[in-house]
Design a protein around this ligand. Structure first.
Ligand SMILES: [Zn+2]
Length: 210
């Protein structure tokens, strides 16, 4: 899920590979918007939580496209910015899960199922592209790990949809949402620590240069 996945390689230089990264960025941003909109419409906190991963991955592809050529300080600052956005969004997801628990609303299982499936297809499609056009230090293992984690999140949403449908309660949705948002919180925190370490390790001159 969000965090230790979907980091594009730092040595991608060919135009073709950059095009693939652009496609991955567009798909992830698009699916982020779709899941946020569908999550709000269908009262589904787990769809909102799953959108966190698309946001995080879009951030990684954006950093891969724009920031990797710059210095370590610029990369660390971009990572810090990404981590802060994810932290804020994860807290928002937890808040909305709490709100839904209190307001006793029932998520729309059909929308959850349909959008969860679309998200799974989007992740598999991006993985297939990245794998077919892999380059530099992007290897089979990192594409596989990233895809597996993302697909697990999508399958969790599908299971939550099934649970909501079966039990007629919101609890499966809230359970999946809070565990996904907690995972995102902890990985955003790790990214923040790492970025802070990197920024502190730079001399003032290095930091100014990049
Ligand atoms: Zn991911």
């Amino acid at each position: 899920m969000a965090g230790n996945c979907c980091n594009p390689p730092s040595t991608a230089r060919s135009q073709r590979y950059r095009t693939i990264l652009w496609i991955a960025l567009a798909v992830n941003l698009g699916m982020f918007a779709v899941e946020v909109a569908a999550g709000a419409r269908a009262d589904s906190a787990s769809l909102l939580a799953d959108s966190l991963d698309f946001l995080g991955d879009a951030g990684n592809y954006g950093i891969g496209l724009w920031v990797l050529g710059l210095g370590l300080a610029a990369r660390a600052k971009a990572a810090l910015f990404k981590a802060f956005s994810m932290l804020a969004f994860a807290l928002g997801v937890l808040g909305s899960a709490l709100w839904q628990a209190l307001s006793d609303s029932l998520p729309d299982a059909q929308t959850m199922g349909a959008v969860g499936l679309l998200a799974l297809l989007a992740n598999l499609g991006v993985a297939a592209l990245l794998y077919a056009y892999r380059e530099g230090d992007s290897n089979m293992r990192s594409v596989w790990l990233c895809t597996r984690n993302d697909a697990l999140g999508n399958v969790a949403v599908l299971l939550a949809a099934l649970g909501v449908f079966g039990t007629g309660t919101a609890w499966p949705d809230l359970l999946v949402a809070s565990s996904m948002a907690s995972l995102a919180l902890s990985s955003a925190y790790q990214v923040m620590l790492q970025a802070r370490r990197e920024l502190l390790s730079l001399s003032p001159a290095q930091a100014r240069r990049s």
